[in-house]
Write a protein that binds this ligand. Structure first.
Ligand code: 5AD
Ligand code: SF4
Length: 451
């Protein structure tokens, strides 16, 4: 590795500032909070102004090629800052580091640290190492330790906190890179999870989200004798927490026991995010999803019969290899008949090393884009109609803070995870308030405080 040419002592800490840019999913958001916690331990403080940072970390995602391109562009931009400040440290962490490893140094020689998904807890030591050796460092383990040690966390929100319950994924859906960059499933011990949730309650957090690539397989790796439903029931007993959420569920592993715990629980929110990915049985089979549309439909019926006011959202990929017009029409029909509250829709992106990337009959980009538009038009109409049906109702909202786009408005969410905006009043961040819905849009509700 090249020795870095720094003319001043890299005395980490002591009024030094860090800036973290996070791409990707909630697991990455949580990892960034654990990176921030370690930096604070070294004496760094955070800055929103990237030009003022002594250390920049880019926490990356590689789930789609579009994310990857954007990230390489961003890493390239940072070269300019390094020219201005040769003492600046630049680190690239997360899923893209895990996938591309040394390629990042080749493409971007101004990067000092490349750290994989299994190495997050090592940041403190790695910063010390770079500061002393002044060499670049690559820390990308192929496999995770069974469970990485806990590290301090600096949380972004004062209201809502992520709590990882398991890491990795064993599903190997044929389109997905996650099992290759996040490793096999490892469940976190129940005692550690409960201790963290209780601590968060004591600190004043109102909402927690249990995180994992596939939360419903909690405990299946044999380290715990309980399953996800038991875990939810245990967390539901922590009285200081007002709301419990969880991400992400695999429809195949969602079952009657979990639904019953949510129905009878006090704190678990009535929102089911169940990524269906396609409404065609042929495509689902090629994706290795392990369920049929009939199974999924019955699951939705079960949820709606047990918890009629539950919201159901999904993820859908269009243009998977071999998806013909006819198979895509099946997805459109499925979406029309299920009536999701919302759907996150994606163009299929071939990920090298995954089985789908080399499947025959890859769909041209123009067709993928056309299908995405069609799907979004159908879903938007449904989302709007479902939201319009809420006009006139009063909903319970957890106040998160000012709206990002309009500081005169406050933002919060319903238990069903719908975003609500209202004019700023006397309400406090973290408070549960009642809001009367006055207007509905596809992705949000607008209202007035009802009390
Ligand atoms: N191409 C497009 N979308 C993908 N997703 C995962 N892998 C890919 C891919 N290769 C989507 C899935 C998943 C969401 C997080 O990202 O819909 O549920
Ligand atoms: Fe992206 Fe997946 Fe990594 Fe999350 S786990 S950051 S979605 S590649």
């Amino acid at each position: 590795m090249d020795a870095l040419n720094r003319d001043t002592d890299l005395n980490y800490g002591q009024s030094r500032k860090y800036h973290i840019i996070t791409y990707g999913c909630q697991m990455n958001e949580n990892d960034s909070e654990r990176l921030a916690g370690q930096l604070r331990g070294l004496g760094y403080s955070s800055t929103d102004q990237i030009e003022q940072a002594d250390l920049i970390l880019i926490n990356t995602c590689c789930v789609r090629e579009s994310a990857e391109k954007k990230i390489y562009g961003k890493i390239g931009e940072l070269k300019r800052l390094k020219t201005v400040n040769p003492n600046l440290l630049i680190g690239v962490t997360g899923c893209l580091s895990q996938k591309d490893r040394d390629k990042i140094f080749t493409k971007a020689p101004h990067v000092d640290l490349v750290m994989g998904t299994h190495n997050v807890h090592q940041l403190t030591d790695l910063i010390k190492e770079i500061s002393q050796s002044r060499d670049r460092v690559l820390a990308v383990w192929d496999q995770a330790e069974r469970l990485a040690p806990d590290v301090p966390t600096v949380r972004k929100s004062q209201v809502s906190a992520w709590v990882p319950i398991m890491y990795g994924c064993n599903n190997f859906c044929t389109y997905c890179i996650v099992p290759y960059v996040r490793g096999r499933e490892r469940s976190r011990p129940l005692a550690d999870i409960l201790a963290e949730v209780r601590q968060l309650g004591t600190e004043g957090f109102k909402e927690i989200t249990l995180l994992g690539q596939n939360v419903n397989s909690y405990g299946k790796d044999g380290e715990e004798t309980i399953d996800f439903a038991d875990l939810l029931a245990a967390v539901d007993k922590v009285e200081t927490i007002a709301r419990i959420r969880y991400m992400t569920s695999h429809p195949r592993d969602m079952n009657a026991k979990v639904i019953a715990v949510i129905k009878h629980g006090q704190r678990i929110c009535e929102h089911f995010h169940l990524p269906v990915q396609s409404g065609s049985d042929i495509v689902l089979q090629r994706m290795n999803r392990g369920y049929t549309t009939e199974y999924y439909r019955k699951l939705v019926e079960k949820i709606r019969s047990e918890i009629p006011h539950a919201s159901i959202t999904t993820d859908i990929i269009v243009g998977f290899p071999g998806e013909t017009d006819e198979l895509f029409m099946q997805t459109l029909d499925f979406v029309r008949s299920i009536r999701f509250d919302a759907a996150y829709t994606f163009l299929y992106s071939p990920r090298s090393g995954t089985p789908a990337a080399t499947m025959p009959d890859q769909v041209p980009l123009a067709i993928k884009k056309q299908r995405l538009q069609q799907l979004m038009a159908v879903q938007n109409e449904i989302s709007l109609a479902i939201n319009e049906a809420l006009i006139g109702q009063t909903v319970e909202v957890l106040v998160e803070g000012p709206s990002k786009n309009d500081p005169d408005k406050m933002m919060g969410r319903t238990r069903t995870n719908k975003i609500v905006l209202w004019n700023r009043g006397k309400e406090q961040i973290g408070q549960l308030i009642s809001v009367r819905v006055l207007k509905a849009q596809t992705w949000l509700l607008k209202g007035e405080v009802a009390d």
